[in-house]
Design a protein around this ligand. Structure first.
Ligand code: NAP
Length: 341
């Protein structure tokens, strides 16, 4: 039996056409009927969600992310189980869910209640609250995945300096913090001069300006980095590839500056450099749960919770627009539970 009330508050994005036939998205908070939620074994009272770049795109007519309309966006959520037909999840268990179709092809986290398949649910490890989980969120999970992938390939602190691009953002900032906490000499590339002090506080040993990592260059330049985390894409990945040391790898997860990749094959065939693709969406659930367990323990950023800006369902618009405009400074988290005053 469902434990979800007949209606509850959710932030909904709906594609419409204006009088001239131009598509646009109408978005805002409204009452949503439980009957309109998709089926799923686990019902969750959502406490927190977060704002990821993809959430911004999901609320834009040309964003190419939303696959249903109306859509409750929010590609991640954390809260408490209120009912479950799967015996693995007792009522009251703190859980999170993200990835797969959530907030894209199926209603997501900007909702007081959500229903999800049991195979998408991650029980929260002791010591990680739902708020902590969303301060990490999909962006932080992707940062952790990137560090794990680089280390599984053999990278270790003694290898030398590691570069993180887009360091003021969600993926970049968390990757920087995790790597610094693990003893790496991390360099942060940022386009925001006023973020440099904060990034040094997170553990950056050195800073590169955006100009340094986006300028055109030779097919191969001096070997500098023992590894890299890049969520920026078009603007920075060419620089990263041509400056990685022989045998080093970059974990690439994003396209915050665009999807094109203008490079040569020389880093790959003359230096054995590796481009490791990061896809957090389709991560198998066992590996997803294992990485979240590590985010509660050895990968937990010491600075967790320090660089978050809280918004509510009512004040989401600004954060969704801000992340698309490259204005991220740490993470925006969404307090979903409880009506705002
Ligand atoms: N593959 C996956 O599973 C996965 C998971 C999560 C996120 N992502 C992707 O990763 C990317 C970052 O996500 P996020 O949530 O971390 O976003 P974010 O918080 O907005 O961070 C992106 C950062 O990139 C930098 N940047 C933005 N526009 C730029 C430009 N034109 N040129 C150079 N740098 C630019 C900015 O950092 P500075 O100002 O410090 O340079 C910005 O803060 C997005 O494309 C997102 O879709 C992918």
């Amino acid at each position: 039996m469902s434990a979800i009330p007949a209606s509850f508050r959710a932030y909904v994005a709906q594609k419409i056409e204006d009088a001239d036939g131009v598509p646009r998205v109408e978005r805002g908070v409204r009452e949503f009927a439980a009957a309109d939620l998709p089926p799923g074994e686990v019902e969750i009272r959502v406490g927190w969600s977060s704002v990821n770049y993809k959430d911004g795109l999901a609320t834009k007519a040309d964003g190419k992310v939303a696959r249903i309309s109306p859509l409750i966006p929010g590609i991640d959520l954390a809260g408490e189980v209120v009912a479950s037909s799967d015996a693995s999840f007792a009522v009251g268990t703190p859980v999170l869910a993200h990835g797969y179709d959530l907030g894209v092809a199926r209603h997501g986290g900007y909702s007081e209640y959500q229903r999800v398949p049991a195979g998408w649910v991650v029980p929260l490890a002791p010591g990680l609250s739902p708020r902590d989980a969303m301060a990490i969120g999909t962006a932080g999970f992707t940062a952790a995945m990137s560090v794990v992938a680089l280390e599984e390939r053999g990278m270790e602190p003694a290898d030398g300096p590691v570069l993180v691009t887009g360091a003021s953002g969600g993926v970049g900032g968390t990757a920087l913090a995790i790597l610094a906490d693990r003893g790496y000499e991390v360099w942060a590339a940022t386009g925001k001069p006023d973020e440099q002090a904060r990034l040094r506080g997170l553990g950056a040993a050195g800073i590169l300006t955006r100009d340094e990592v986006t300028a055109a260059g030779k097919p191969l330049e001096s070997e500098r980095w023992a590894g890299a985390v890049d969520a920026v894409g078009a603007a920075t990945l060419p620089y990263v590839l041509r400056t990685l040391r022989t045998g080093a790898a970059v974990a690439a997860s994003g396209n915050a500056s665009g999807p094109k990749l203008d490079t040569t094959v020389f880093p790959f065939i003359l230096r054995g450099v590796a481009l490791l693709g990061m896809d957090s969406v389709n991560q198998p659930i066992d590996r997803r749960r294992a990485i979240w367990d590590r985010l509660a323990t050895d990968l937990r950023p010491r600075s967790l919770g320090e660089h978050v800006t809280e918004v509510t369902l009512e004040s989401l618009d600004e954060a969704l627009d801000g992340i698309l405009a490259g204005e991220a400074r740490g993470r925006w988290i969404v307090r979903v539970a409880g009506r705002s005053p």
